[in-house]
Write a protein that binds this ligand. Sequence first.
Ligand code: HEM
Length: 183
Amino acid sequence: MDVLQVNFVGSSDGEWNVTTIHTLCGETLAPVAAISRFVDSAPMLQLDDWMLRSFTSNLRYTTASEARRLAERQQGLGRPASAHAALIPIRKTADWWALPQDERRAIYEERSRHTSIGMDYLPRIARKLHHCRDLGEPFDFLTWFEFAPEDSAAFDELVGRLRETEEWDYIDREIDIRLVHAG
Ligand code: HEM
């Protein structure tokens, strides 16, 4: 698979206008009016902008049959109807990272049903997972979602269900940023 470098820039204007920033836990981010997602390109930063760096990567917790079902159902980013988006940067705890891979998978799917829950919302919600722990960034993941305005309530339900799971006990920084396409 291709590894893409993906940079998110918070600025005074950009591709997506910020509607709300909700800090669920941990330190917040400086408020900005807009966020842009740059794939394999280096953005020019203005004073007071912030940038979060990340990259796409291979799957860690997905079985072959789950990968097939995801591929059958999910749709890509950039659909014309996807006027709404969410950027949710997440950091997991030291306790999570100290667990062996099989115990993390058991929490993630066998007990928390992350992929199973998420599958209920495909193809309405388009998603992309970006990794940044290995870059020494302030978050471990930058999660990105795009959906039509009429699916906003479904997205709220999805994040509500995930945040009740055991997996979320291992999250100590989470900021839910909602966006509307500026175009
Ligand atoms: C649209 C529905 C969703 C689906 C189908 C889905 C599916 C997945 C899958 C398959 C993975 C595992 C990737 C791998 O094997 O490494 C994953 C990881 C992840 N997802 Fe979701 N997800 C959804 C929604 C969400 C939401 C709403 C959030 C945040 C609020 C989220 C946060 C994460 C995080 C942080 C990871 C990385 C977990 C880790 O590696 O420890 N997901 N998701």
